[in-house]
Design a protein around this ligand. Structure first.
Ligand SMILES: [Zn+2]
Length: 461
């Protein structure tokens, strides 16, 4: 059964049966992700973890040579769009002579990227949320799925001192509780994996105690999923002085973790926060080691950070992330423009791993706010740091000189706070018009994500 059909039937069931359904399908999901091949992938990832820099380069070269040769001969899109010189480059394994891949062809015809000589049994399809305007369907073989879970087990969970075998809670884009006005419970429990699925859509100050209770009732050891959801829950926990059971780690996905978010989460959950930076397509995978550095896994893909003219960025220089996925070869993405901005770290990490370090993932290109004079601001959520009378805030750029700010105020919110927000925005952008609008809640995206910054500017003008 595909996930769409499962979700459709799931919504019609009462809560008790939804738990049964989640657990019954849990058996299938467990097999799908952790079945045959998983442990071999785990030991492969462990084995490669301490390769030296030259060993990594040699390993990647072999993989990329094979991947590009296959793409040039077996994948319709590349065969049709690469010219003769580019096909030649691909056959010789020269990645940097190949064009960048935009999202549009992937969105309009994802099957044109499937490799022709491979007919996997039971391929899995995942859809990105489309919160950035370009939903993409990615096709995975079961082997690739297990491979990606093994990668997360070794480089995310194990680095954080936990494992997918331990009871965990997850915030994701899944519709866990179909009724938006539900009075609870706001989670479902998969008994097979000892996993609590939290609803990202129902998290509010008055529902927060129920989320904490679920952690205790199911003896949850670690948390994983949407960074912003865990951050909001952490704020509610601190505000209401809720008692959290002892946890080993929080491994966040999806959104960038700011230093403020990290401090709040570590205080609320009483354990360390580890950031994972990856995409649904797994074109890029980076995770935080025990020294707190974000290492790119070179066996997941080749990551380039590029200047606007296509040259490679130096360390400490912000550029666009372009990724070539080595782990998924059924639907190969070659030099894929992720739409993220990031920079390399020049310093090797003290942990001794030779895997490259991202100094910072700045955010998505779409989240950039542009000033009337053309300056680009990428850390705009800083507007809400240290604003005790604002529960949640969202910045919407509607025109170059017009910013709308939605705030969910606390009872103490007043004109001084409005003036403060206006000043902070003008300090960053110059002379723009600012409207601060009080709202009861800030809607999440379809995937349940909270977006702190939205720009609706047409960037092609
Ligand atoms: Zn490290």
């Amino acid at each position: 059964m595909n996930m769409g059909r499962f979700d459709f039937l799931y919504k019609k069931l009462p809560v008790g049966l939804q738990n049964v359904a989640v657990s019954t399908f849990g058996i299938y999901w467990k097999w799908l992700r952790f079945g045959s091949g998983f442990s071999r992938f785990v030991s492969d990832y462990r084995g490669r973890e301490h390769l030296s820099k030259p060993e990594w380069a040699a390993w990647q070269n072999r993989q990329v040579q094979e991947l590009l040769g296959m793409a040039a001969t077996r994948v319709a899109f590349y065969r049709q769009t690469w010219d003769r010189r580019q096909i030649e480059a691909a056959l010789n394994g020269r990645l940097d002579d190949l064009p960048l891949l935009e999202k549009e062809p992937l969105r309009s015809d994802p099957k044109a990227f499937l490799r022709k000589n491979k007919y996997p049994w039971h391929p899995q399809v995942f859809h990105t949320s489309g919160s950035t305007g370009t939903p993409i369907a990615s096709y995975w073989t079961i082997d690739e799925l297990r491979n990606s879970l093994a990668l997360r087990e070794v480089r995310s969970a194990n680095w954080a001192g936990v494992s997918f075998k331990m009871p965990r809670a997850t915030f994701s884009g899944r519709i866990v509780e179909p009724d938006p006005n539900s009075k609870g419970p706001f989670y479902r429990y998969n008994a097979v994996e000892k996993q609590v699925y939290f609803s990202a859509f129902h998290l509010k100050p008055d529902t927060a105690p129920f989320y904490v209770k679920a952690l205790r009732n199911h003896n949850i050891q670690w948390l994983t999923g949407y960074a912003v959801s865990y951050y909001l829950l952490a704020k509610f926990i601190l505000d209401q002085k809720l008692k959290v059971p002892s946890l080993r780690a929080v491994v966040t996905t999806s959104e960038k973790v700011t230093p403020e978010m990290r401090t709040v989460m570590e205080e609320a959950y009483g354990c360390k926060v580890y950031e994972e930076y990856s995409t649904v397509e797994n074109a890029v995978f980076a995770s935080e080691c025990e020294c707190g550095k974000l290492h790119v896994s070179p066996d997941a893909g080749i990551v380039e950070i590029l200047r606007p003219d296509g040259q490679l960025c130096e360390p400490d220089e912000i550029g666009e992330v372009v990724a070539t996925c080595l782990m998924r070869t059924y639907q190969p993405f070659i030099r894929f423009r992720l739409g993220d901005l990031a920079m390399w770290d020049a310093e090797p990490c003290k942990c001794g791993r030779a895997m490259p370090v991202l100094k910072e993932v700045i955010g998505r290109v779409e989240d950039v706010v542009i000033g009337p004079d053309g300056r680009q601001m990428v850390r705009f959520h800083g507007i809400f740091v240290n604003q005790p009378h604002i529960q949640e805030g969202q910045i919407i750029q509607e025109a170059l000189d017009f910013i709308r700010v939605k705030v969910v105020p606390t009872a103490d919110f007043g004109p001084k706070d409005v003036a403060d927000v206006e000043t902070r925005i003008k300090q960053r952008l110059g002379n723009v018009q600012v409207i601060v609008e009080k709202v009861n809640e800030i809607p999440r995206t379809k995937a349940g994500k909270f977006k702190a910054v939205i720009s609706v500017l047409d960037r092609n003008v």
